[in-house]
Write a protein that binds this ligand. Structure first.
Ligand code: G4P
Length: 528
Protein backbone atom coordinates (compact mmCIF):
# COMPACT_ATOMS: atom_id res chain seq x y z
CA UNK A 1 0.00 0.00 0.00
CA UNK A 2 1.33 3.44 -0.86
CA UNK A 3 2.03 5.85 1.98
CA UNK A 4 -0.90 8.03 1.25
CA UNK A 5 -3.32 5.08 0.92
CA UNK A 6 -2.09 3.83 4.31
CA UNK A 7 -2.51 7.32 5.75
CA UNK A 8 -6.03 7.52 4.30
CA UNK A 9 -6.93 4.16 5.85
CA UNK A 10 -6.12 5.41 9.34
CA UNK A 11 -8.16 8.62 9.05
CA UNK A 12 -11.44 8.93 10.95
CA UNK A 13 -13.23 12.12 9.97
CA UNK A 14 -16.47 12.90 11.79
CA UNK A 15 -18.77 15.53 13.27
CA UNK A 16 -20.88 15.56 16.41
CA UNK A 17 -24.60 16.12 15.93
CA UNK A 18 -26.84 17.03 18.83
CA UNK A 19 -29.48 19.36 20.16
CA UNK A 20 -27.99 22.37 21.99
CA UNK A 21 -27.07 21.57 25.60
CA UNK A 22 -26.89 17.81 25.14
CA UNK A 23 -23.14 17.96 25.79
CA UNK A 24 -21.40 18.33 22.43
CA UNK A 25 -18.81 20.80 23.70
CA UNK A 26 -18.09 18.80 26.83
CA UNK A 27 -17.67 15.60 24.87
CA UNK A 28 -15.46 17.32 22.29
CA UNK A 29 -13.23 18.45 25.09
CA UNK A 30 -12.98 14.98 26.60
CA UNK A 31 -12.16 13.44 23.24
CA UNK A 32 -9.39 15.99 22.78
CA UNK A 33 -8.09 15.19 26.25
CA UNK A 34 -7.88 11.50 25.41
CA UNK A 35 -6.22 12.36 22.13
CA UNK A 36 -3.58 14.34 24.00
CA UNK A 37 -4.59 17.34 21.96
CA UNK A 38 -5.24 19.48 25.01
CA UNK A 39 -3.72 19.11 28.42
CA UNK A 40 -6.44 20.28 30.69
CA UNK A 41 -10.17 20.55 30.85
CA UNK A 42 -11.51 24.00 30.19
CA UNK A 43 -9.66 24.80 26.98
CA UNK A 44 -12.65 24.14 24.76
CA UNK A 45 -15.16 24.99 27.39
CA UNK A 46 -14.06 28.59 27.65
CA UNK A 47 -15.75 29.43 24.41
CA UNK A 48 -19.00 28.30 25.93
CA UNK A 49 -19.00 31.45 27.98
CA UNK A 50 -20.48 32.73 24.75
CA UNK A 51 -23.65 30.92 25.76
CA UNK A 52 -24.28 33.48 28.42
CA UNK A 53 -24.12 36.28 25.88
CA UNK A 54 -27.28 38.31 25.56
CA UNK A 55 -28.34 37.25 22.12
CA UNK A 56 -27.77 34.51 19.64
CA UNK A 57 -25.91 36.57 17.12
CA UNK A 58 -23.52 37.58 19.83
CA UNK A 59 -22.90 33.91 20.40
CA UNK A 60 -21.98 33.68 16.79
CA UNK A 61 -19.74 36.67 17.13
CA UNK A 62 -17.93 35.07 20.05
CA UNK A 63 -17.66 31.76 18.27
CA UNK A 64 -16.07 33.50 15.35
CA UNK A 65 -13.47 34.83 17.69
CA UNK A 66 -12.19 31.35 18.41
CA UNK A 67 -9.11 30.37 16.53
CA UNK A 68 -9.11 28.72 13.15
CA UNK A 69 -7.94 25.51 14.73
CA UNK A 70 -11.21 24.72 16.45
CA UNK A 71 -13.10 24.45 13.15
CA UNK A 72 -11.23 21.21 12.62
CA UNK A 73 -9.63 19.38 15.49
CA UNK A 74 -7.13 16.74 14.52
CA UNK A 75 -5.54 14.37 16.98
CA UNK A 76 -3.83 10.99 16.94
CA UNK A 77 -5.38 8.15 18.90
CA UNK A 78 -4.43 4.49 18.99
CA UNK A 79 -2.58 4.57 15.69
CA UNK A 80 -5.34 6.50 13.94
CA UNK A 81 -5.70 10.15 13.04
CA UNK A 82 -9.02 11.56 14.14
CA UNK A 83 -10.47 14.67 12.47
CA UNK A 84 -13.37 16.20 14.38
CA UNK A 85 -15.16 18.84 12.33
CA UNK A 86 -17.02 21.43 14.35
CA UNK A 87 -20.58 22.29 13.42
CA UNK A 88 -22.03 25.71 14.27
CA UNK A 89 -24.60 25.77 17.02
CA UNK A 90 -27.41 28.06 16.01
CA UNK A 91 -30.39 26.78 14.05
CA UNK A 92 -30.28 29.72 11.65
CA UNK A 93 -26.92 28.54 10.51
CA UNK A 94 -27.93 25.00 9.82
CA UNK A 95 -26.99 25.20 6.16
CA UNK A 96 -23.41 25.51 7.37
CA UNK A 97 -23.91 22.37 9.38
CA UNK A 98 -25.35 20.55 6.38
CA UNK A 99 -22.28 21.33 4.37
CA UNK A 100 -19.94 20.22 7.15
CA UNK A 101 -21.82 16.92 7.16
CA UNK A 102 -20.95 16.42 3.47
CA UNK A 103 -17.27 16.54 4.45
CA UNK A 104 -17.34 13.79 7.12
CA UNK A 105 -17.31 10.02 6.86
CA UNK A 106 -19.37 9.40 9.97
CA UNK A 107 -21.20 11.19 12.77
CA UNK A 108 -21.55 10.92 16.51
CA UNK A 109 -24.97 11.69 17.93
CA UNK A 110 -25.17 12.97 21.51
CA UNK A 111 -28.44 12.62 23.40
CA UNK A 112 -29.31 13.96 26.83
CA UNK A 113 -30.70 11.02 28.81
CA UNK A 114 -33.32 13.20 30.49
CA UNK A 115 -34.54 14.85 27.30
CA UNK A 116 -34.29 11.99 24.84
CA UNK A 117 -34.43 12.66 21.12
CA UNK A 118 -34.85 16.40 20.50
CA UNK A 119 -35.93 18.43 17.51
CA UNK A 120 -32.57 19.48 16.13
CA UNK A 121 -31.21 15.97 16.41
CA UNK A 122 -34.11 14.78 14.28
CA UNK A 123 -33.27 17.33 11.58
CA UNK A 124 -29.57 16.52 11.59
CA UNK A 125 -30.32 12.83 11.45
CA UNK A 126 -32.39 13.45 8.30
CA UNK A 127 -29.37 15.10 6.72
CA UNK A 128 -27.12 12.18 7.66
CA UNK A 129 -29.62 9.78 6.17
CA UNK A 130 -29.42 11.49 2.78
CA UNK A 131 -25.86 10.24 2.51
CA UNK A 132 -26.24 7.04 4.57
CA UNK A 133 -23.70 8.45 7.01
CA UNK A 134 -22.81 5.89 9.71
CA UNK A 135 -23.81 7.13 13.16
CA UNK A 136 -22.70 6.20 16.65
CA UNK A 137 -24.79 7.33 19.61
CA UNK A 138 -23.65 8.58 23.01
CA UNK A 139 -26.36 8.90 25.63
CA UNK A 140 -25.05 11.53 28.00
CA UNK A 141 -25.60 12.81 31.55
CA UNK A 142 -26.12 9.40 33.12
CA UNK A 143 -25.05 10.98 36.41
CA UNK A 144 -28.48 12.63 36.42
CA UNK A 145 -31.89 11.06 36.60
CA UNK A 146 -33.23 10.47 33.12
CA UNK A 147 -35.49 8.24 31.13
CA UNK A 148 -34.99 4.49 31.44
CA UNK A 149 -32.21 3.28 29.13
CA UNK A 150 -34.58 0.84 27.41
CA UNK A 151 -37.03 3.67 26.84
CA UNK A 152 -34.25 5.75 25.30
CA UNK A 153 -33.30 3.02 22.85
CA UNK A 154 -36.94 2.64 21.98
CA UNK A 155 -37.24 6.37 21.39
CA UNK A 156 -34.20 6.44 19.09
CA UNK A 157 -35.59 3.52 17.11
CA UNK A 158 -39.09 4.99 16.87
CA UNK A 159 -38.35 8.67 16.33
CA UNK A 160 -35.14 8.42 14.32
CA UNK A 161 -36.09 5.17 12.65
CA UNK A 162 -32.73 3.48 13.13
CA UNK A 163 -32.17 0.17 14.95
CA UNK A 164 -29.95 0.39 18.03
CA UNK A 165 -27.12 -1.93 19.02
CA UNK A 166 -26.13 -1.11 22.61
CA UNK A 167 -22.40 -1.56 23.15
CA UNK A 168 -22.29 -0.39 26.75
CA UNK A 169 -25.09 -0.55 29.26
CA UNK A 170 -25.47 1.51 32.43
CA UNK A 171 -25.55 -0.01 35.88
CA UNK A 172 -27.94 2.29 37.68
CA UNK A 173 -28.49 5.94 36.88
CA UNK A 174 -28.40 9.37 38.52
CA UNK A 175 -27.33 9.13 42.15
CA UNK A 176 -27.37 5.33 41.81
CA UNK A 177 -25.02 5.21 38.80
CA UNK A 178 -22.41 2.51 39.49
CA UNK A 179 -20.81 2.00 36.13
CA UNK A 180 -21.29 0.56 32.69
CA UNK A 181 -20.90 -2.95 31.38
CA UNK A 182 -19.36 -3.46 27.94
CA UNK A 183 -21.67 -5.88 26.19
CA UNK A 184 -19.04 -7.16 23.77
CA UNK A 185 -16.15 -7.70 26.20
CA UNK A 186 -18.24 -8.23 29.35
CA UNK A 187 -15.99 -5.82 31.27
CA UNK A 188 -17.50 -3.61 33.91
CA UNK A 189 -16.14 -0.06 34.25
CA UNK A 190 -16.89 1.54 37.57
CA UNK A 191 -18.21 5.08 37.83
CA UNK A 192 -16.03 7.02 40.25
CA UNK A 193 -16.86 10.71 40.15
CA UNK A 194 -13.91 13.02 40.37
CA UNK A 195 -11.55 10.48 38.90
CA UNK A 196 -10.06 11.06 35.52
CA UNK A 197 -11.36 7.82 34.19
CA UNK A 198 -8.78 6.71 31.70
CA UNK A 199 -8.20 3.00 31.50
CA UNK A 200 -5.20 3.21 33.80
CA UNK A 201 -7.08 5.36 36.19
CA UNK A 202 -10.30 3.40 36.45
CA UNK A 203 -11.54 0.33 38.21
CA UNK A 204 -12.39 -2.43 35.80
CA UNK A 205 -13.88 -5.84 36.60
CA UNK A 206 -13.73 -8.73 34.17
CA UNK A 207 -17.48 -9.35 34.24
CA UNK A 208 -20.77 -8.75 36.03
CA UNK A 209 -20.21 -12.08 37.86
CA UNK A 210 -16.98 -10.93 39.47
CA UNK A 211 -17.54 -11.42 43.24
CA UNK A 212 -15.39 -8.38 44.00
CA UNK A 213 -17.80 -6.26 41.97
CA UNK A 214 -20.81 -7.48 43.99
CA UNK A 215 -18.92 -6.60 47.13
CA UNK A 216 -18.18 -3.12 45.83
CA UNK A 217 -21.57 -2.09 44.44
CA UNK A 218 -23.98 -4.53 46.12
CA UNK A 219 -25.63 -7.63 44.70
CA UNK A 220 -29.02 -6.03 44.35
CA UNK A 221 -28.11 -3.54 41.67
CA UNK A 222 -26.26 -6.27 39.76
CA UNK A 223 -29.32 -8.51 39.82
CA UNK A 224 -31.38 -5.65 38.49
CA UNK A 225 -29.03 -5.01 35.62
CA UNK A 226 -28.78 -8.71 34.77
CA UNK A 227 -32.54 -8.91 34.50
CA UNK A 228 -32.59 -5.77 32.42
CA UNK A 229 -29.95 -7.16 30.07
CA UNK A 230 -32.09 -10.22 29.34
CA UNK A 231 -34.79 -7.82 28.22
CA UNK A 232 -32.34 -5.65 26.27
CA UNK A 233 -30.84 -8.54 24.43
CA UNK A 234 -34.30 -9.70 23.44
CA UNK A 235 -35.42 -6.26 22.29
CA UNK A 236 -32.33 -4.77 20.67
CA UNK A 237 -29.95 -5.83 17.95
CA UNK A 238 -26.46 -7.29 18.15
CA UNK A 239 -23.79 -5.03 16.67
CA UNK A 240 -23.39 -5.62 12.96
CA UNK A 241 -20.55 -3.64 11.42
CA UNK A 242 -21.92 -3.87 7.89
CA UNK A 243 -25.26 -2.45 8.97
CA UNK A 244 -23.55 0.31 10.93
CA UNK A 245 -21.38 1.26 7.94
CA UNK A 246 -24.45 1.34 5.72
CA UNK A 247 -26.16 3.75 8.11
CA UNK A 248 -28.72 1.10 9.02
CA UNK A 249 -27.83 0.56 12.67
CA UNK A 250 -26.40 2.75 15.40
CA UNK A 251 -24.09 1.42 18.12
CA UNK A 252 -25.11 3.02 21.43
CA UNK A 253 -22.94 4.04 24.39
CA UNK A 254 -23.95 5.39 27.77
CA UNK A 255 -21.92 7.76 29.92
CA UNK A 256 -21.36 11.14 31.42
CA UNK A 257 -19.15 13.45 29.39
CA UNK A 258 -18.59 15.93 32.17
CA UNK A 259 -17.29 13.11 34.38
CA UNK A 260 -15.17 11.63 31.60
CA UNK A 261 -17.18 8.51 32.11
CA UNK A 262 -17.83 6.06 29.29
CA UNK A 263 -16.01 8.32 26.85
CA UNK A 264 -12.91 6.24 26.34
CA UNK A 265 -14.97 3.11 25.67
CA UNK A 266 -16.73 5.10 22.98
CA UNK A 267 -13.49 6.44 21.50
CA UNK A 268 -11.82 3.01 21.45
CA UNK A 269 -14.77 1.53 19.60
CA UNK A 270 -15.02 4.54 17.32
CA UNK A 271 -11.45 4.42 16.01
CA UNK A 272 -11.73 0.69 15.48
CA UNK A 273 -15.05 0.60 13.64
CA UNK A 274 -15.81 4.04 12.21
CA UNK A 275 -15.17 4.21 8.48
CA UNK A 276 -12.03 5.62 6.86
CA UNK A 277 -12.53 7.94 3.85
CA UNK A 278 -14.82 6.48 1.22
CA UNK A 279 -14.74 6.90 -2.56
CA UNK A 280 -16.63 10.01 -3.63
CA UNK A 281 -18.71 10.91 -6.62
CA UNK A 282 -17.12 13.58 -8.79
CA UNK A 283 -19.75 13.60 -11.57
CA UNK A 284 -17.54 12.28 -14.38
CA UNK A 285 -16.34 9.40 -12.23
CA UNK A 286 -15.92 8.16 -8.68
CA UNK A 287 -12.67 9.05 -6.95
CA UNK A 288 -11.05 6.61 -4.56
CA UNK A 289 -9.02 7.86 -1.60
CA UNK A 290 -6.30 5.45 -2.76
CA UNK A 291 -5.65 7.43 -5.93
CA UNK A 292 -2.36 9.25 -5.79
CA UNK A 293 -3.50 12.39 -7.65
CA UNK A 294 -4.67 15.15 -5.33
CA UNK A 295 -8.35 16.11 -5.18
CA UNK A 296 -10.71 17.78 -2.72
CA UNK A 297 -13.67 20.11 -2.36
CA UNK A 298 -14.46 23.26 -0.41
CA UNK A 299 -17.28 22.83 2.11
CA UNK A 300 -16.99 26.01 4.10
CA UNK A 301 -15.67 29.54 3.75
CA UNK A 302 -15.12 31.90 6.60
CA UNK A 303 -14.21 35.56 6.36
CA UNK A 304 -12.22 37.39 9.03
CA UNK A 305 -11.73 34.39 11.29
CA UNK A 306 -8.95 36.14 12.98
CA UNK A 307 -9.88 39.81 13.50
CA UNK A 308 -6.20 40.70 13.55
CA UNK A 309 -5.40 39.20 10.22
CA UNK A 310 -8.61 39.80 8.30
CA UNK A 311 -8.09 36.61 6.42
CA UNK A 312 -10.62 34.57 4.55
CA UNK A 313 -10.20 30.86 4.76
CA UNK A 314 -11.65 28.19 2.47
CA UNK A 315 -11.89 24.78 4.15
CA UNK A 316 -11.09 21.97 1.78
CA UNK A 317 -11.62 18.28 2.47
CA UNK A 318 -8.96 16.16 0.84
CA UNK A 319 -10.53 13.25 -1.10
CA UNK A 320 -7.49 11.66 -2.76
CA UNK A 321 -3.74 12.07 -3.03
CA UNK A 322 -1.97 14.28 -0.57
CA UNK A 323 -1.33 17.92 0.07
CA UNK A 324 2.26 19.02 0.58
CA UNK A 325 3.56 22.41 1.49
CA UNK A 326 4.55 24.43 -1.54
CA UNK A 327 2.08 22.64 -3.76
CA UNK A 328 -0.23 23.85 -6.50
CA UNK A 329 -3.65 22.61 -7.47
CA UNK A 330 -6.05 23.01 -10.38
CA UNK A 331 -9.10 25.11 -9.51
CA UNK A 332 -11.70 23.44 -11.71
CA UNK A 333 -14.35 26.21 -11.83
CA UNK A 334 -11.92 28.88 -13.06
CA UNK A 335 -9.71 26.48 -14.94
CA UNK A 336 -6.63 27.95 -13.29
CA UNK A 337 -3.67 26.58 -11.40
CA UNK A 338 -3.63 27.96 -7.89
CA UNK A 339 -0.88 28.03 -5.32
CA UNK A 340 -2.14 26.38 -2.16
CA UNK A 341 1.30 26.13 -0.72
CA UNK A 342 0.67 27.94 2.53
CA UNK A 343 -2.50 26.10 3.53
CA UNK A 344 -3.35 25.70 7.19
CA UNK A 345 -3.39 22.25 8.72
CA UNK A 346 -5.13 21.36 11.92
CA UNK A 347 -3.19 19.21 14.35
CA UNK A 348 -4.83 20.25 17.61
CA UNK A 349 -1.73 20.01 19.79
CA UNK A 350 1.03 22.54 19.46
CA UNK A 351 3.64 19.88 18.93
CA UNK A 352 3.81 18.36 15.48
CA UNK A 353 2.05 20.83 13.25
CA UNK A 354 0.93 18.54 10.46
CA UNK A 355 2.57 19.63 7.28
CA UNK A 356 0.98 17.08 5.03
CA UNK A 357 -2.67 16.31 4.56
CA UNK A 358 -4.18 13.05 3.34
CA UNK A 359 -7.67 11.89 2.34
CA UNK A 360 -10.05 12.64 5.21
CA UNK A 361 -8.01 15.63 6.36
CA UNK A 362 -9.04 19.23 6.00
CA UNK A 363 -6.79 22.09 4.94
CA UNK A 364 -7.53 25.80 5.15
CA UNK A 365 -6.65 27.69 1.99
CA UNK A 366 -6.20 31.45 2.12
CA UNK A 367 -8.91 32.85 -0.08
CA UNK A 368 -8.82 36.15 -1.89
CA UNK A 369 -12.29 35.93 -3.25
CA UNK A 370 -11.68 33.44 -6.03
CA UNK A 371 -12.80 30.34 -4.14
CA UNK A 372 -16.49 29.51 -3.63
CA UNK A 373 -18.26 26.88 -1.59
CA UNK A 374 -18.43 23.55 -3.42
CA UNK A 375 -15.39 24.30 -5.61
CA UNK A 376 -13.31 21.29 -6.57
CA UNK A 377 -9.51 21.24 -6.68
CA UNK A 378 -7.62 18.51 -8.52
CA UNK A 379 -4.22 17.72 -9.98
CA UNK A 380 -5.49 18.82 -13.38
CA UNK A 381 -8.51 16.65 -14.17
CA UNK A 382 -11.77 18.64 -14.69
CA UNK A 383 -13.89 16.94 -12.03
CA UNK A 384 -16.65 18.28 -9.81
CA UNK A 385 -17.54 16.69 -6.49
CA UNK A 386 -21.31 16.47 -6.15
CA UNK A 387 -23.80 16.64 -3.33
CA UNK A 388 -22.81 19.84 -1.55
CA UNK A 389 -26.13 21.52 -0.81
CA UNK A 390 -26.97 25.05 -1.81
CA UNK A 391 -29.84 26.96 -0.24
CA UNK A 392 -32.19 29.42 -1.84
CA UNK A 393 -32.69 32.61 0.17
CA UNK A 394 -36.22 33.02 1.45
CA UNK A 395 -36.05 36.51 2.92
CA UNK A 396 -34.99 39.68 1.15
CA UNK A 397 -34.05 43.12 2.42
CA UNK A 398 -32.89 46.31 0.80
CA UNK A 399 -29.61 47.54 2.19
CA UNK A 400 -29.52 51.16 3.35
CA UNK A 401 -26.15 52.73 3.84
CA UNK A 402 -25.78 55.46 6.48
CA UNK A 403 -22.73 57.08 4.93
CA UNK A 404 -22.85 57.01 1.11
CA UNK A 405 -19.08 57.44 0.97
CA UNK A 406 -18.69 53.93 2.38
CA UNK A 407 -20.28 52.29 -0.65
CA UNK A 408 -17.10 50.58 -1.75
CA UNK A 409 -16.58 49.11 1.70
CA UNK A 410 -20.20 47.97 1.73
CA UNK A 411 -19.72 46.12 -1.55
CA UNK A 412 -16.59 44.48 -0.25
CA UNK A 413 -18.23 43.44 3.00
CA UNK A 414 -21.35 42.03 1.38
CA UNK A 415 -19.32 40.18 -1.23
CA UNK A 416 -17.02 38.59 1.33
CA UNK A 417 -19.80 37.69 3.76
CA UNK A 418 -21.84 36.20 0.90
CA UNK A 419 -18.94 33.88 0.10
CA UNK A 420 -19.64 32.14 3.39
CA UNK A 421 -22.89 30.92 1.91
CA UNK A 422 -25.44 32.00 4.53
CA UNK A 423 -26.44 35.18 2.73
CA UNK A 424 -26.46 36.19 -0.91
CA UNK A 425 -26.33 39.65 -2.28
CA UNK A 426 -27.82 41.03 -5.46
CA UNK A 427 -27.23 44.19 -7.46
CA UNK A 428 -30.35 45.15 -9.44
CA UNK A 429 -29.61 45.98 -13.08
CA UNK A 430 -31.57 49.23 -13.04
CA UNK A 431 -31.21 50.56 -9.52
CA UNK A 432 -28.30 51.60 -7.41
CA UNK A 433 -29.42 49.89 -4.24
CA UNK A 434 -28.44 46.45 -3.04
CA UNK A 435 -30.64 43.54 -2.03
CA UNK A 436 -29.58 40.95 0.50
CA UNK A 437 -31.16 37.49 0.60
CA UNK A 438 -30.94 35.16 3.58
CA UNK A 439 -32.42 31.97 4.93
CA UNK A 440 -33.25 33.22 8.44
CA UNK A 441 -34.00 36.69 9.83
CA UNK A 442 -31.12 36.42 12.27
CA UNK A 443 -28.74 36.63 9.31
CA UNK A 444 -29.62 40.28 8.72
CA UNK A 445 -28.69 41.14 12.28
CA UNK A 446 -25.46 39.23 11.91
CA UNK A 447 -24.57 40.91 8.64
CA UNK A 448 -25.34 44.40 10.03
CA UNK A 449 -23.16 43.65 13.03
CA UNK A 450 -20.30 42.21 11.04
CA UNK A 451 -20.40 45.00 8.45
CA UNK A 452 -19.88 47.48 11.23
CA UNK A 453 -17.35 45.45 13.15
CA UNK A 454 -15.26 44.09 10.31
CA UNK A 455 -15.72 46.63 7.53
CA UNK A 456 -16.57 49.84 9.37
CA UNK A 457 -19.85 50.21 7.52
CA UNK A 458 -23.14 51.17 9.14
CA UNK A 459 -26.05 49.74 7.25
CA UNK A 460 -29.69 49.01 7.96
CA UNK A 461 -32.11 46.67 6.26
CA UNK A 462 -35.53 47.55 4.93
CA UNK A 463 -38.26 45.39 3.51
CA UNK A 464 -37.87 44.72 -0.21
CA UNK A 465 -40.63 43.72 -2.60
CA UNK A 466 -39.08 40.36 -3.43
CA UNK A 467 -40.54 36.97 -2.51
CA UNK A 468 -38.07 34.65 -4.16
CA UNK A 469 -35.02 34.54 -6.43
CA UNK A 470 -34.47 32.46 -9.55
CA UNK A 471 -31.17 32.03 -11.37
CA UNK A 472 -31.89 32.51 -15.05
CA UNK A 473 -30.22 30.17 -17.51
CA UNK A 474 -30.72 29.51 -21.19
CA UNK A 475 -29.22 27.56 -24.05
CA UNK A 476 -30.67 30.19 -26.36
CA UNK A 477 -28.55 33.31 -26.02
CA UNK A 478 -31.02 35.39 -28.00
CA UNK A 479 -33.91 34.65 -25.67
CA UNK A 480 -31.75 35.53 -22.70
CA UNK A 481 -30.77 38.87 -24.22
CA UNK A 482 -34.37 39.71 -24.95
CA UNK A 483 -35.40 38.75 -21.43
CA UNK A 484 -32.63 40.87 -20.02
CA UNK A 485 -34.06 43.89 -21.75
CA UNK A 486 -37.75 43.27 -21.15
CA UNK A 487 -37.52 42.17 -17.54
CA UNK A 488 -34.62 44.37 -16.49
CA UNK A 489 -36.59 45.98 -13.72
CA UNK A 490 -36.67 42.67 -11.79
CA UNK A 491 -33.24 41.42 -12.77
CA UNK A 492 -30.09 41.52 -10.70
CA UNK A 493 -26.53 40.21 -10.67
CA UNK A 494 -25.35 38.06 -7.77
CA UNK A 495 -21.92 38.16 -6.16
CA UNK A 496 -20.50 35.77 -8.77
CA UNK A 497 -21.90 37.75 -11.69
CA UNK A 498 -24.79 35.36 -12.44
CA UNK A 499 -28.15 36.69 -13.63
CA UNK A 500 -31.02 36.43 -11.13
CA UNK A 501 -34.72 37.17 -11.41
CA UNK A 502 -36.04 38.75 -8.20
CA UNK A 503 -39.73 37.96 -8.28
CA UNK A 504 -42.04 40.52 -6.65
CA UNK A 505 -44.82 37.93 -6.20
CA UNK A 506 -45.31 34.21 -6.75
CA UNK A 507 -47.96 34.90 -9.37
CA UNK A 508 -45.57 37.16 -11.24
CA UNK A 509 -42.94 34.43 -11.25
CA UNK A 510 -45.39 31.92 -12.62
CA UNK A 511 -46.45 34.27 -15.39
CA UNK A 512 -42.89 35.06 -16.35
CA UNK A 513 -42.01 31.39 -16.47
CA UNK A 514 -44.97 30.70 -18.75
CA UNK A 515 -44.12 33.61 -20.99
CA UNK A 516 -40.45 32.59 -21.38
CA UNK A 517 -40.48 28.82 -21.97
CA UNK A 518 -36.96 28.83 -23.43
CA UNK A 519 -35.45 30.03 -20.17
CA UNK A 520 -34.75 28.01 -17.06
CA UNK A 521 -35.52 29.57 -13.70
CA UNK A 522 -33.47 27.72 -11.11
CA UNK A 523 -34.11 27.99 -7.40
CA UNK A 524 -30.44 27.80 -6.44
CA UNK A 525 -27.17 28.66 -7.99
CA UNK A 526 -26.25 25.01 -8.22
CA UNK A 527 -23.21 24.07 -6.26
CA UNK A 528 -22.82 20.75 -7.89
P1 G4P B 1 -23.62 21.65 23.97
O1 G4P B 1 -22.25 21.93 23.47
O2 G4P B 1 -24.24 20.42 23.36
O3 G4P B 1 -24.55 22.81 23.91
O4 G4P B 1 -23.54 21.25 25.51
P2 G4P B 1 -22.41 21.50 26.60
O5 G4P B 1 -21.29 20.57 26.41
O6 G4P B 1 -22.11 22.93 26.73
O7 G4P B 1 -23.21 21.02 27.87
C1 G4P B 1 -24.41 21.64 28.28
C2 G4P B 1 -24.49 21.60 29.78
O8 G4P B 1 -24.58 20.24 30.19
C3 G4P B 1 -23.28 22.20 30.48
O9 G4P B 1 -23.74 22.79 31.68
C4 G4P B 1 -22.45 20.96 30.80
O10 G4P B 1 -21.59 21.14 31.88
C5 G4P B 1 -23.54 19.97 31.11
N1 G4P B 1 -23.09 18.57 30.94
C6 G4P B 1 -22.39 18.03 29.93
N2 G4P B 1 -22.18 16.72 30.14
C7 G4P B 1 -22.78 16.42 31.31
C8 G4P B 1 -22.89 15.24 32.08
O11 G4P B 1 -22.41 14.18 31.73
N3 G4P B 1 -23.59 15.33 33.23
C9 G4P B 1 -24.15 16.49 33.67
N4 G4P B 1 -24.80 16.47 34.81
N5 G4P B 1 -24.03 17.63 32.98
C10 G4P B 1 -23.36 17.61 31.82
P3 G4P B 1 -23.91 24.33 31.85
O12 G4P B 1 -24.38 24.54 33.23
O13 G4P B 1 -24.72 24.88 30.74
O14 G4P B 1 -22.47 24.87 31.63
P4 G4P B 1 -21.27 24.84 32.64
O15 G4P B 1 -21.48 26.06 33.45
O16 G4P B 1 -21.38 23.58 33.43
O17 G4P B 1 -20.08 24.89 31.78
Amino acid sequence: MSTHAAEAARRRTFAIISHPDAGKTTLTEKLLLFGGAIRQAGSVKSRKSAKHATSDWMTLEKERGISVTSSVMQFPYDGRIVNLLDTPGHADFSEDTYRVLTAVDSALMVIDCAKGVEERTIKLMEVCRLRDTPIMTFINKLDREGKYPIELLDEVERVLDIPCAPITWPIGMGSRLKGVVHLLTGEVHLFEPGKNLTRQDSTIYASLDDPALAQRVGAEVLNEVSEELVLVQGASHPFDRELYLAGLQTPVFFGSAVNNFGVQLLLDFFVEHAPPPKPRDASARVISPDESAFSGFVFKIQANMDPLHRDRVAFLRVCSGSYEPGGKAYHVRTGKEMRIGDALTFMASERGLAEYAYPGDVIGIHNHGTIAIADTFTAGEPLQFTGIPSFAPELFRRVRLRDPLRLKQLHKGLTQLSEEGATQFFRPLLANDLILGAIGTLQFEVVAYRLKDEYGVEATFEPAQVVTARWVKAEDGGALEEFREKAAIHLAIDATGALVYLAPTRVNLQMVQERWPKLRFEATREHA
